[in-house]
Design a protein around this ligand. Structure first.
Ligand code: THU
Length: 160
C-alpha cells in the first residue's frame, strides 16, 4: 500500500530562525491580539512575508452567523492577493495563544486554508514556506503542498 509522508522540520529554538522569520513570528503574535473571535474565543494570527520584504497580517474574524467567519490565514492570504497580486509570497507564519485551550502543539491550518495556501503556491510557481508555531516550537514546511497530500488542483478544471 502506498504511504503518505508529510515532511517538515521541528525547530525548538527561535535563535535558529533568520531575522526575517523572527519578524514574521512577531507580526503573527501581534495581529493575534486583534482577532475578533467572541464566539469561539480561539484567537489566531497569521503573517505573510512577500518577495519585496513587506509583510501582510491577518487574524480570524467571526460572526454571529457562524459560517460567515473566516480563518486568520485566509484573511492574510486574500488581503495579500487583493493588494499585491503581482508579488510572490515567500512565507506564512500561523499561531494561536490561549489560556482556555490546549496550545501545547502549534496550530495546524484547517482544510480550507490548506487548499487556499496550495493554490497561492501553484499560482506563483515557487514554494510558499509555512511556519506553524507556539511559544516553544516551530514546525516548518518547505512548501504549502506538503500540508495537503492528494490535493484537488485547478488543473483538474482544465477542459480536455
Ligand atoms: N481558525 C483559524 O483562524 N485558523 C485555523 O487554522 C483554524 C481555525 C479560527 C476559525 C475560528 O474563528 C476559530 O479559529 C475556531 O475554529
Amino acid at each position: 500500500m502506498p504511504e503518505i509522508k508529510i515532511n517538515f522540520d521541528e525547530i525548538l529554538d527561535r535563535n535558529l530562525l533568520s531575522s526575517e522569520e523572527l519578524e514574521l513570528l512577531n507580526k503573527a503574535e501581534e495581529i493575534l491580539k486583534k482577532a475578533y473571535a467572541p464566539y469561539s474565543k480561539f484567537d489566531v494570527g497569521a503573517s505573510v512575508l512577500l518577495e519585496d520584504g513587506s509583510y501582510v497580517c491577518g487574524n480570524n474574524q467571526e460572526n454571529a452567523s457562524f459560517p460567515c467567519g473566516i480563518c486568520a490565514e485566509r484573511v492574510a492570504l486574500f488581503a495579500t492577493k487583493a493588494n499585491n497580486p503581482q508579488l510572490k509570497i515567500k512565507k506564512i507564519a500561523i499561531t494561536t495563544k490561549s489560556e482556555q485551550f490546549n496550545t501545547e502543539n502549534p496550530i495546524a491550518p484547517c482544510g480550507m486554508c490548506r487548499q487556499v495556501l496550495l493554490e497561492c503556491e501553484e499560482q506563483q510557481k515557487e514554494p510558499l514556506e509555512v511556519l506553524l508555531f507556539n511559544e516553544t516550537k516551530i514546525l516548518k514546511f518547505k512548501q504549502a503542498k506538503d500540508l495537503l497530500p492528494l490535493h484537488f488542483s485547478g488543473d483538474r478544471l482544465k477542459r480536455k
